[in-house]
Design a protein around this ligand. Structure first.
Ligand SMILES: [Zn+2]
Ligand SMILES: [Zn+2]
Length: 154
């Protein structure tokens, strides 16, 4: 399992491999020492049960989507269709624009799910079974506030 641990101090994302993760890592941005407590389930890539950074047990799943990639496809599609539009080929222009939107949809649909910790926003990628529910704003509000109070951000 690949984990992106979030630094509690500065929110930097630190990629670690759960299978051979050290007991603690130093944040590459602010130097803060982050203690990692990986459970056996995490190390074995079987499921996400306890967060190694904040020890929280509340997670949600979301699509593992990089918005930059989707935007690039649409922008390139718009540029190409603009050229055809300029030459009076409206139908081709609209076709390309529609095609770009379609590619976006397909890419989005094929993406895997990533599990995210409600409290510290660490991310978990791997072949493990997704058991966490989808994002809930109320839960996020409550848990984030609890966590930020604990680490002294509020
Ligand atoms: Zn940091
Ligand atoms: Zn966490």
């Amino acid at each position: 399992m690949q984990v992106v641990a979030r630094c509690p101090k500065c929110d930097a994302g630190l990629p670690v491999s759960a299978a051979d993760a050290p007991e603690s890592i130093a944040c590459g941005r602010c130097g803060h020492e982050i203690v990692l407590a990986f459970s056996d389930a995490l190390r074995g890539d079987s499921r996400v049960d306890t967060c190694p950074v904040c020890a929280g047990r509340d997670f949600y799943v979301r699509k593992d989507f990089d918005p930059k990639v989707g935007l690039t496809v649409v922008v390139i599609g718009a540029l190409i269709s603009g050229i055809f539009y300029w030459f009076g080929e409206d139908l081709i222009a609209y076709g390309i624009l529609g095609g770009a939107a379609l590619i976006d949809l397909i890419v989005y649909g094929r993406l895997g799910d990533v599990t995210v910790c409600y409290r510290c926003h660490s991310e978990f990628r791997g072949k493990y079974q997704r058991t966490a529910p989808h994002f809930d704003l109320h839960t996020a509000d409550v848990l984030e506030m609890e966590y930020e109070r604990r680490i002294g951000r509020r």
